[in-house]
Design a protein around this ligand. Structure first.
Ligand code: HEM
Length: 141
């Protein structure tokens, strides 16, 4: 049997190592956001306490990768570009967010290289949508 493509069913959730793997990724992601000089601007858009953002991103990514869809039950319906539209995000902020994600992915030793590449390509799409929604909102202001 050929291996399922990462976008099929929960193949990506499994390739990420399930909840444990996603938890490790998101902890690393926010650690980079909290420490990389390139990320100061986007770090300052968050509350001082990152715990809620960390928990929300873990739950969101589990569903987004084809695993349990618990976000809506726990936190309500979400549209990613819309929840960010109030923030001032353009290319530098999007790139800083992706830099934290790239660093976090790089240190996931349990992840296969092809999944790392797939994940970073896939997550770049909503990151760009977030940027566009923020730019569009500012044009309306
Ligand atoms: C493009 C650059 C991005 C920046 C600068 C950014 C920044 C932020 C900030 C500052 C918050 C907290 C908002 C608040 O407390 O008002 C937040 C929340 C969140 N972000 Fe992002 N984000 C970006 C992209 C993304 C992407 C691509 C995803 C998912 C694929 C994502 C998922 C989330 C989730 C699930 C939350 C929690 C939403 C909530 O509180 O309801 N973000 N983000």
């Amino acid at each position: 049997m050929p291996k399922p493509a990462f976008g099929d069913g929960d193949a990506s959730f499994q390739a990420a190592g399930g909840h444990e793997g996603i938890s490790s990724l998101v902890d690393a992601f926010y650690r980079y956001m909290d420490t990389l000089p390139e990320a100061v601007t986007i770090r300052n858009m968050h509350s001082h306490d990152l715990d809620e953002s960390i928990e929300k991103l873990k739950v969101f990514l589990a569903g987004w990768l084809g695993g349990p869809k618990e976000y809506a039950n726990r936190f309500g319906q979400i549209r990613i570009p819309k929840v960010h539209a109030h923030l001032d995000i353009d290319e530098p902020e999007r790139d800083a967010w992706m830099l934290c994600m790239e660093r976090a992915v790089a240190e996931q030793e349990a992840w296969a290289d092809d999944f790392k590449t797939y994940f970073l390509g896939a997550i770049a799409r909503p990151a760009e949508k977030v940027r566009k929604a923020s730019v569009a909102r500012r044009k309306e202001d």
